[in-house]
Structures are given as structure tokens and as C-alpha cells.
Write a protein that binds this ligand. Structure first.
Ligand code: ZN
Ligand code: ZN
Length: 356
């Protein structure tokens, strides 16, 4: 696997007339080498590839890193690379402009005044967007952990509990069930707060009759899940039921249409049209979904303005929502694999309205 990924990167390097690619973004380092620590970098050259880290990770690097020559740095990683003469002088070095910060780039330029540092985009991202079956299995595992958390959280949700307490339970359950981290801070938005698409959990208590939107995910061996369900704590209003039904139908229509070869913006339009026809178009302010994998948000983009075309092996979320200010909101989100002619839903969590 490593070898195929490296070959694809070298292909791009050749086209971009670069002598090396410098990778400092940890999810990409893990994707290419297997290293899961917090300090490292990769240098990929036409015939060699190096992984550098510091002395804290000597043992871990030897255990995890495959297919790269490992260098343990005594000072900074950049200085070690220089000391070892890893880069040819006067070379054109590509760096990931979306992931390297200004100070880091400055350091590299100071260390290597004769090198040209050339910004690159999407070299690794383009590879990550199409998953093989072993990657899909890891996402499947992350998704099933989050599905289990959802099932268990239904026992916890009751009138009087605060959003914060529900969020704390979600975090605890993810770890208990084998996740290595949360994908992001869980969203727990009850009642009128459900109208905020990205509401952080607060001390607000959940009241009987309120809808509660739960959006959470975890990371399992580097791969993420991302799940949203909206449930009713006590009998919901007719308006809430109607909002739920429309979002549910829009989500289902998108799931039924998603397949390889489809423009991502057309998939967005399937759900958006249904919501707009029902009169809620202006209350659906975000994109239909996003790619999911080693990052929670990655390629392809699944929005009205996306230029991406869905490919077999993409993993995306499908998550329409409606949010009526000072009333509340509903969002339903599944993680799916794009296949030839259909999409495979990874979630098992029910999408019927749960009334607790
Ligand atoms: Zn989500
Ligand atoms: Zn999402």
C-alpha cells in the first residue's frame, strides 16, 4: 500500500518538477508511514523517502513506520535533515501550503537559503479521497463505535439532564468502546439551541418536549466517524415532526441517488430541492456533506458549489438539516461509501424519529 501511495506522489512530484516533497501534516504522515505520534516529518525524494522524529519516539517509530528510512533528530527535525544531507543543494522542495504555518516555512528557508520552497496543494489529499477496502473497514469500525454510543446515549437522555452532561457521556462512551479520540467536540443542541447548526454543548437542561440534535464522531486507528441524529425527549410538536419528516426524506433521496460518476453538486441539489419545495430552503444554510477519512472534513466537497465528481471509494457524509431561528433544528447524518451505481451506508443507527 505504502509503495502505491509513494509512487502516486512521485508521479505528481515529477509533473510539478520538484526534487522533494516535505510533509509536516500529522494525518498525512500517519497515512504514508503509519506513525501516530505528534512530532515528525516526511521527505519524499525520487528514489528515497525519509521519516524524521525526535528521541521521544525512537521506539514508537521503529514499531510503526514502514517503508521509510527513520532518522531520529537531536535538535530540530529540519536541522537533522540538513546535517544528514538528505536534500540535494539548490533543490526545488514542495511543501503543503494548506498545512505548513508561516513560522515553520520561515525556519526552513533560513536553514536552506539556497533551496526553492514551492507551495503545493492536494498532492496527498487527492490520494486520501479514494479509500481502499482496508481503510473503509477502519471507518466502518469507527462508525460502529459511534452507532453504539448513540444507542447507549438514548438511555441517558431524559428531561433535566444538561447538554454538557450528555456531551461528557458521549466522550466517555467513545473511549470505553475503543475509540482513540473524539473526531471533534460533540454537539448537543436542545430545543431552540437546535437552530444553531454547530452549537457547543452548554449547561442548559433538556426539557420535556424538546428536540435534541446530537452530532459526534470518533477516531479509530487514524480514521473518523461522524454521526448526527435528532431525537425528541417527550412528545414533539407537529411542527417539529414535520421538520423531521422533510429532513429524513431529503436525506433518503440523497442516499438513493449517490453513486460514482455523479457531480457532488448534483447530489447536494437532490436534498436541497426537496427541502426547498417544502418551504425550508432558506433554513438549510450548509453543504450537504463532506469527505471523511483521516480528517473529519476532507475531499471531496459535497456542496452546491463543489466541482468534485464522486468516485468509487470516496467516503462522504450525507447530512441535510433545517434550522429555524428561535424554534429549533433537525439534522440527520450518515457516513456512506460511494460505489459503482449506488452508495453503501455505514451507519446502522435508525433514522425513524426516536421519541423518548
Ligand atoms: Zn457531524
Ligand atoms: Zn459531518
Amino acid at each position: 500500500m505504502n509503495a502505491q501511495r509513494l509512487e502516486a506522489i512521485r508521479d505528481r512530484l515529477h509533473k510539478l518538477r520538484l526534487h522533494a516533497l516535505l510533509i509536516t501534516f500529522l494525518p498525512h504522515i500517519r497515512y504514508l508511514t503509519g506513525f501516530s505520534g505528534t512530532n515528525g516529518l516526511c521527505l519524499i525524494l525520487p528514489r528515497k523517502q525519509f521519516f524524521l522524529t525526535d528521541g521521544r519516539y525512537t521506539t514508537q517509530a521503529r514499531e510503526e513506520v514502514r517503508g521509510f528510512q527513520i532518522l531520529i533528530a537531536k535538535k530540530s527535525l529540519g536541522e537533522e535533515a540538513k546535517k544528514r544531507g538528505v536534500l540535494p543543494s539548490g533543490a526545488r522542495i514542495g511543501f503543503e501550503v494548506e498545512h505548513m504555518n508561516v513560522a515553520e516555512l520561515q525556519n526552513w528557508k533560513t536553514l536552506y537559503p539556497r533551496m526553492r520552497f514551492v507551495p503545493t496543494r492536494t498532492v496527498v489529499e487527492a490520494l486520501c479521497a479514494v479509500k481502499d477496502e482496508s481503510e473503509i473497514d477502519l471507518i466502518r469500525r469507527a462508525v460502529s463505535i459511534s452507532d453504539d454510543v448513540f444507542r447507549k446515549i438514548l438511555d441517558v437522555l431524559r428531561p433535566g439532564i444538561s447538554e454538557m452532561d450528555v456531551a461528557a457521556e458521549i466522550i466517555y462512551l467513545h473511549r470505553k468502546l475503543g475509540a482513540e479520540a473524539d473526531a471533534f467536540e460533540p454537539i448537543v443542541a436542545s430545543g431552540f439551541r437546535g437552530a444553531l447548526p454547530h452549537a457547543r454543548a452548554t449547561g442548559k437542561s433538556i426539557k420535556r418536549g424538546e428536540m435534541v440534535t446530537l452530532d459526534f464522531g470518533c477516531r479509530y486507528r487514524g480514521y473518523h466517524s461522524d454521526l448526527t441524529r435528532t431525537v425528541a425527549v417527550g412528545k414533539p410538536t407537529d411542527r417539529a415532526r414535520r421538520m423531521y419528516r422533510i429532513v429524513r426524506e431529503a436525506q433518503q433521496r440523497a442516499v438513493d441517488s449517490a453513486r460514482s460518476g455523479m457531480a457532488a453538486k448534483d447530489l447536494d441539489a437532490v436534498a436541497r430541492k426537496h427541502i426547498t419545495r417544502a418551504g425550508f430552503g432558506r433554513w438549510f444554510p450548509h453543504s450537504l456533506g463532506h469527505g471523511l477519512g483521516i480528517q473529519v472534513h476532507e475531499a471531496p466537497r459535497v456542496s452546491a458549489s463543489s466541482k468534485d465528481v464522486l468516485k468509487s471509494g470516496n467516503v462522504i457524509t450525507i447530512e441535510p438539516g433545517v434550522y429555524v431561528p428561535s424554534v429549533g433544528g433537525v439534522r440527520i447524518e450518515d457516513d456512506v461509501v460511494i460505489r459503482n451505481g449506488f452508495c453503501e451506508i455505514l451507519n446502522a443507527a435508525s433514522k425513524e424519529l426516536v421519541v423518548l
